[in-house]
Design a protein. Structure first.
Length: 302
């Protein structure tokens, strides 16, 4: 293998390693944010949490773009923030159950008093139960609560009580947080999956850029098949003519097929469009290049 080929191979390996390590770091960061926001939920309300989530999203956009996935980086960051916030919220719903499972004690108790929420239109009425142990002492903490009328005075139940008296007693079935844990885990995995997807997209974009830069690659194949042997300058002039004469679609975009300009990168096309008062769209191109006066996300110029 020649020295130039070896250098290119080493450079390609470095480009592959860097996004993987960065993606692992982003994944660890996402997990840390979910755990941190879960812990902060007890001490801080939405006034503090919402700005923190916004800062988290902005930082994610920067990190995802470093993966090379500039297209849709904003949408990916928004998806990760939403799923992370939902994960922290769902596990927060199970906070009392998890605490009760950790420090609670199972006891046999008798319902000695029952009361219902006052009627408020169609709102459901919760039931509250005062419980006593078999020795006649009251179960510490607030009354046991259910969303419907499940028990009667005199009924004997097995409940988990909080020795510190801070949490409501619950039956073992009520204190089961498995569903919440699974839901929070699934949401966290969805956030990590988005990081993996954007890593792949960034890697794929890098491969396409490498293929465009290598001589004898896809561009030569295109020229051989089509018989188009125009130079890059001729293709750039052809693109300028297309941007001047092609009609816009109903969304205000001019569409061109990149295959007609095999020696022109999308970044170079963005520069040409900018010189003509247009911008190159980076989102949702579906095999075409789109140009307009305003875009959702602009392609960086060459």
């Amino acid at each position: 293998m020649s020295g130039g080929a070896q250098a290119e191979d080493e450079a390609r390996k470095r480009r592959t390693r860097y996004p993987v390590l960065l993606a692992v770091g982003i994944g660890c960061y996402v997990f840390a944010v979910i755990a941190g926001m879960f812990l902060l939920a007890d001490d801080f309300g939405p006034v503090v949490q919402v700005p923190l989530w916004i800062v988290h999203g902005m930082l994610l956009i920067v990190l995802i773009r470093k993966l090379g996935a500039r297209e849709s980086s904003t949408y990916a960051a928004l998806f990760i923030v939403i799923t992370s916030a939902m994960s922290a919220h769902v596990i927060g719903m199970a906070r009392d159950d998890l605490t009760l499972q950790q420090r609670g004690e199972k006891v046999t108790a008798t319902v000695v008093k029952e009361r219902l929420d006052p009627a408020q239109g169609r709102k459901g009425r919760h039931s509250y139960y005062t419980l006593e142990r078999q020795d006649g002492t009251r179960i510490p903490g607030p009354e046991m609560e259910t969303t419907s009328d499940l028990y009667n005075v005199g009924q004997v139940l097995t409940v988990i009580e909080d020795p510190e008296g801070e949490l409501r007693p619950r039956t073992p079935g009520q204190a089961d947080a498995t569903a919440e844990q699974l839901g929070a885990g699934a949401l966290a995995l969805a956030a990590l999956g988005s990081v993996g997807w954007m890593t792949w997209r960034g890697s794929d974009a890098a491969r396409r850029r490498d293929a465009q830069k290598r001589p004898g690659g896809a561009r030569k194949a295109y020229k051989t098949v089509t018989g188009d042997h125009s130079t890059q300058e001729e293709q750039e002039e052809k693109l300028r003519e297309a941007l001047r004469t092609y009609p816009t679609d109903r969304r205000g975009y001019i569409k061109v097929h990149p295959g007609e300009y095999p020696d022109v990168t999308q970044q170079r096309a963005a520069r040409i469009a900018w010189e003509m008062g247009l911008r190159a769209e980076a989102v949702g191109n579906r095999g075409s290049w789109r140009f307009g006066e305003t875009v959702i996300e602009e392609v960086p110029q060459d």
